[in-house]
Ligand binder design. Structure first.
Ligand SMILES: [Cu+2]
Length: 471
């Protein structure tokens, strides 16, 4: 084993020999060991073991990549590779990602840090990494063909720059992008401010996640990479409800959520029970005078939004994309609307030909959530999830913000379902119902009708004479 002293002596010697190189050859000679992660659970925040201190983020169903300090440089090692990701219990997808997961691990640094990232390509095709939103030398921007050669399979490239701007960023390939993003290659990046920042508040909980989407046919595991818009699995960090962790916070906490959109459509992200402000984007913090209260904010393609609020209302609050087809899992959706259609008699006829045939949708689609239909292997129900009061009938981009008085500072564990105070849950009315009263102006006109004394005329249809009047 090489001792720490030997390592530094050796490193010093080589550094002296190649000090003219812009990227230190020392680093290349001694790569940091790549750290892998297999679990899709939300990992505890990574408290910085060295370097400048900061309040770490929590990556939803993800983790933060450990680093090593090498002569004042923060060194990370990303490995681009095929991964198996559980989207929710019952379904695993064959994706591409980094260090065992899709999305890759979150990279957290401090403003002013010199950062060196080794990227090893274990994919069957070339790749590159673009550091979305960063101020950096042009040649470190990661656009294959334009600012660098693509990283061929089996090769390792080095990116090195100073994290100049504090804020919310992401990384993704800029090589065969449509394939590589459709396969799940992406990750989060947070640069913490080095001192108190007038526009970046200190928060008690700091969550981050990426919006991503896949098109995986029920019963299969590999995304269809040629899909441009019609994706069928709407994910937060490559997870769908009920596989997405809840956001567990203490009542009164100041909460920040950082959200980046790497899908091909916009997502209006909606929080129940609280108002928030957008305090920053991938372009930087929003000036205080330009913030306004919202309960939904749209995150467009390629955008990032930081929202902040004080979680002062206890309960289990839904938090979801407001596009209703994004809170569903995969299904065939070329179906006619059947609400109100009368199927009586039809099923009996069809059952003579197809014994298992069921009619769905004549009372709405909620029946689907209750039905124990046999699903193809490796497929999730379209609408699912059990809450304390029954089926939640959701999928996709849906989670729960759990605000609890008893939650301890720094405790991110799931507190279970909310215990509602007496009399604070919507309940069934069991008394008598009054007859509906017609609104006085119903059928009224804006212009006074001319009064006529004639009685209402009743029209009578008469059949043409000479027909076969059989009755
Ligand atoms: Cu959406």
């Amino acid at each position: 084993m090489v001792s720490r002293r030997d390592f530094f002596r050796g490193a010093g010697a080589v550094t002296a020999a190649v000090s003219a190189a812009s990227v230190s050859r020392v680093a290349m000679a001694a790569l940091p060991e790549p750290v892998l992660q297999a679990s899709p659970d939300t990992m505890a925040p990574l408290l910085p073991p060295n370097g400048r201190p900061y309040n770490p983020v929590v990556t939803l169903n993800g983790w933060t990549l450990p680093w090593r300090m090498n002569q004042g440089v923060k060194e990370f090692h990303l490995v681009a590779e095929p991964v198996v990701r559980e989207l929710a219990p019952g379904m695993k997808a064959h994706l591409w990602g980094y260090n065992g997961q899709s999305p890759g691990p979150t990279i957290e640094v401090v403003e002013g840090d010199r950062v060196r990232i080794f990227v090893t390509n274990k994919l069957p095709e070339h790749t590159s990494v673009h550091w979305h939103g960063q101020r950096l030398p042009n040649g470190m921007d990661g656009v294959s063909g334009l600012t660098q050669k693509a990283i061929q399979p089996g090769k390792t490239y080095v990116y090195e720059f100073v994290a100049r701007r504090p804020g919310t960023f992401m990384y993704h390939p800029h090589a065969d992008e449509m394939t590589q993003m459709a396969m799940g290659m992406m990750g989060f990046w947070v640069t913490h401010p080095k001192t108190r920042h007038p526009l970046i508040s200190e928060v008690d909980r700091d969550f981050c996640f990426l919006l991503n989407a896949f098109d995986i046919e029920p019963g299969s595991a590999t995304p269809k990479i040629m899909t441009m818009l019609d994706f069928n699995l709407w994910c937060w960090n490559s997870r769908v409800f009920p596989g997405i962790s809840s956001f567990n916070v203490r009542q009164g906490d100041r909460v920040r959520m950082r959200i980046g959109n790497l899908t091909m459509t916009n997502h209006p992200i909606h929080v129940h029970g609280h108002e928030f402000e957008v305090t920053g984007t991938d372009g930087g913090p929003v000036p205080k005078g330009a913030r306004w209260p919202e309960v939904t904010t749209d995150v467009a393609v390629g955008q990032m939004r930081q929202i902040e609020f004080v979680a002062d209302e206890p309960g289990d609050w839904a938090l979801h994309c407001h596009k209703s087809h994004h809170t569903m899992n995969a299904m065939g959706h070329n179906l006619p609307t059947l609400i109100g259609a009368d199927h009586s008699g039809l099923v009996k006829k069809l059952n003579r030909l197809v014994p298992d045939y069921m009619v769905m949708g004549e009372r709405g689609m909620a029946d689907m959530a209750e039905m124990d239909m046999p699903l193809p292997d490796n497929t999730l129900p379209m609408m699912t999830g059990q809450g304390p009061f029954g089926g939640v009938e959701m999928g996709g981009m849906f989670s729960v913000l759990k605000v609890r008085k008893e939650q301890q500072r720094g405790d991110y564990s799931d507190p279970g379902w909310y215990a509602h105070p007496r009399g604070e849950v919507a309940f069934e009315w069991t008394g008598a119902l009054p007859q509906p009263a017609r609104f006085a102006a119903e059928g009224g006109r804006s212009m006074p009708a001319r009064q006529t004394a004639e009685p209402a005329v009743e029209l009578k249809a008469r059949k043409p004479a000479g027909g076969h009047a059989g009755h």
